[in-house]
Structures are given as C-alpha cells and as structure tokens.
Ligand binder design. Structure first.
Ligand code: AMP
Ligand code: TRP
Length: 356
C-alpha cells in the first residue's frame, strides 16, 4: 500500500506528566491493533472520488485496523441544510458505507449527533485552539469564499469538531483524502498544546493518505477536485449505467490520442488513474493494453469497469435502503458501542481541565 506523509505510527503515549494538583485521569484503553477513525459528511450521495480516495480503503483494511466510521451530520450543519434532506442523506450515506463492504460488526458505523461527547469535547478544544491556526485553514477559505463575513462560526471551527471526533477514540491513524491533511495537522497541534498544558491526555493521530486516488479530479474539469458541490464533474455511486456512460463519454480529454499517465495531460491522466485503481492494473500494463487504441475504446472499457464495480454496491445499497428501520437500528447499535469509549476520553479531558 503506497502511503505518503506522516503515515508511520508513532507509539501511543499512555502515561505522562500530571501537572501538580491535577486529579489522576482514567487510563487510556489498551489496544491490540492501531485505531483508525474517519468521518464523512452526509451532504450528498458519495462520488467516485470519495470511494477511491477513502471508502474503498476503509472497507479493505477493516481486519488490519481497529476501525470506527462516523457519518458527521454535525459537520453538515456548518452550511445551510434542508432538515428532511439531511435526515435522508445521513441514512443513505450510512447505507453506502455498508454497501461498499464495511462490516459493522468489525468496524462500528455511527451517526455523530448520537454521541454527544463529540460536541462537548469540541467546545473544550475550541478553548485551546488559537484563532491564528484556524485562519490558516485552506478549506475554510475556499468554502467561505467571498462571503467570509456571513459564513457561520461553525464553518470556521469545523476542524476543531473534527479534532474532537478523532481524539475521542484515541485514534492512531486517520485515513482521508489529501484535502484533509491540514485538518489532521491541526488536530495534532491541539493534542500537543492540550497535553502540554493539562498533562498527557490525548493520543497524537497521524494522517493516512494514499498517493494514488487521494485526489480524483472532476470529469468536466480535471484541474479541480471531484466534489459533491459540483455535480457536473462528479460520478455518483448511485449513477445508473446509462448515466455513467454519458458522463465518461463527455469527460474532458485532450487533442492527442494516446492513453498515458502524463500529469501534463490532466484529463486523460485522471481517467487512466481511475482505470488503474478500479482494475488493479499497473500504469505500464494499461499503457500497453491501450497502445494503438484511441479514446473511444478506452472510454468504453473504462465505462464497463465502473459499471461492473458499482453494480454490486448499488444492489446492496438498494436492499439496505428498502429497510430503513433495520438500518437505523444498526446505526444506533454502532453509537451504543462507541459511546463508552468517547465518554471515557471526554471525562479524562474534563478531569484534566478541572471541570469534573
Ligand atoms: P467529503 O465528501 O468531503 O466528506 O470527503 C469524504 C472523504 O473523501 C474524505 O476522506 C475526503 O478526503 C475524500 N475525498 C473527497 N473528495 C475526494 C476526491 N476528489 N478524490 C479523493 N478523495 C476525496
Ligand atoms: N472533514 C472531513 C471531510 O470533509 C470529514 C470528517 C469529519 C472527518 N470528522 C472527521 C474525517 C474525522 C476524518 C476524521 O472529509
């Protein structure tokens, strides 16, 4: 597995200094395997970028890690939402996580708002986070855009809530796409400051970012990232075969003919990357396979590959969405399983800060 960044595991520090006068804190939970935690926003149906950059790894690595996955509906509140739509999107995202193969017995899936420790810890962490740190966050700058004055305070402190998500579970590794690297870095800054000020309380998390698939680009404009907010360039995991065919047929390429992994040809590079990730074939194998063939054949094969990958996922998704009561039950069970861990960490932080 190719990784970049600080993907190495730093040993979780389990004991440390207690500042004079501080109460002894409950011990951290002993761990057999590295703890993985990740979250995803229920703001729309996930797209191929979410799948290739995040969800597929989460499913593939459940045995390797002690994983927890969260549908972050509190994060969704940072921009206006239609309540009924949000409720529906929350369920459908959870169904999609199950449909891509996450087994809730091995890796609990839960809804963020059902574990109140997330919001509580976020407040405490807000109070140790410097405004200067938040001012540097790229995602806030791009999401708030020109509307900085009218953006919500929640959008601004969004990364602090994300730090709370991560820290509550003594997380070692946070598998995310490249766009979230800076937020994980902020969580690390918060841990260092908190532990320094209040004594060893939180585990220092590391981002786990794969080189390939970390940035799938928009089909209609390969210079920007595939994103939920730009539906024209996104291929959604629920898209029907005919829609997939149309979107790939229209995907931006260039005036050359050859299929190659050349970053200076971003359209074909992006499509070839998708092909490689879905087929498991190497760049050399793909270039050789398509030598002498044109875009038409390449796009036809790519379409077939995407349809074949998504077909079983869509079938399982439809089954799950057919029985919302069962799905809701599964998610409540997930929350019940993770809540004691989250509360233990919250109590540790509260004790350290002198409010418990
Ligand atoms: P979001 O949709 O922003 O909640 O992101 C959910 C997960 O998908 C995060 O780990 C993101 O880093 C990842 N992700 C989002 N967009 C892309 C993309 N275009 N390529 C690869 N990964 C992505
Ligand atoms: N901010 C992440 C995103 O937009 C979602 C997220 C929220 C998350 N909490 C998290 C990811 C904790 C990893 C860990 O993709």
């Amino acid at each position: 597995m190719a990784t970049k960044g600080n993907a190495t595991l730093e040993p979780a520090k389990t004991e440390g200094k207690t500042k004079s006068g501080a109460q002894a804190k409950p011990a951290k939970e002993p761990k057999q395997k590295p703890r993985v935690f990740s979250g995803i926003q229920p703001t729309s149906i996930p797209h191929l970028g979410n799948y290739l950059g995040a969800m597929r790894h989460w499913a593939a690595e459940q045995d390797h890690y002690d994983s927890i996955f969260c549908v972050v509906n509190l994060h969704a509140q940072t921009v206006p939402q239609d309540p009924a739509e949000l409720r529906q999107n929350t369920l459908s995202l959870a169904a999609m996580l199950l449909a891509v193969g996450i087994d809730p017995q091995r890796a609990p899936i839960f809804i963020q708002s059902q574990v109140s420790a997330h919001a509580e810890l976020a407040w405490l962490l807000n109070c140790v986070t410097s405004l200067g740190w938040l001012n540097r966050m790229h995602q806030f700058k791009s999401k708030a855009g020109e509307e900085r004055e009218s953006a919500s305070a929640g959008l601004y402190t969004y990364p602090v809530l994300m730090a709370a998500d991560i820290l509550l579970y003594d997380t070692d590794l946070v598998p995310v796409g490249d766009d979230q690297r800076q937020h994980v870095e902020l969580a690390r800054n918060i841990v260092e400051r908190f532990n320094d000020r209040f004594g060893e309380t939180f585990v220092l998390p590391n981002p786990l970012i794969r080189e390939e698939g970390a940035r799938i680009m928009a089909l209609d404009d390969p210079t920007r990232k595939m994103s939920k907010s730009e539906p024209n360039g996104a291929l959604f995991l629920t898209d029907a075969p005919s829609v997939i065919k149309k979107k790939i047929a229209r995907a931006t390429t260039d005036s050359e003919r050859t299929i190659e992994f050349n970053p200076n040809r971003p359209g074909i590079f992006n499509l070839a990357t998708i092909y490689s990730l879905l087929s498991g074939q190497s760049k050399a194998e793909i270039e050789e396979h398509f030598a002498g063939k044109g875009y038409k054949e390449f796009k036809a094969e790519l379409t077939e590959l995407i349809v074949a990958t998504l077909q079983p996922i869509q079938q399982r998704y439809a089954e799950l969405m057919n029985d919302p009561a069962q799905l809701e039950g599964l998610l409540r069970q997930g929350a019940d399983r993770v809540r004691p861990r989250a509360e233990a960490t919250l109590h540790r932080a509260q004790t350290a800060m002198g409010i418990r």
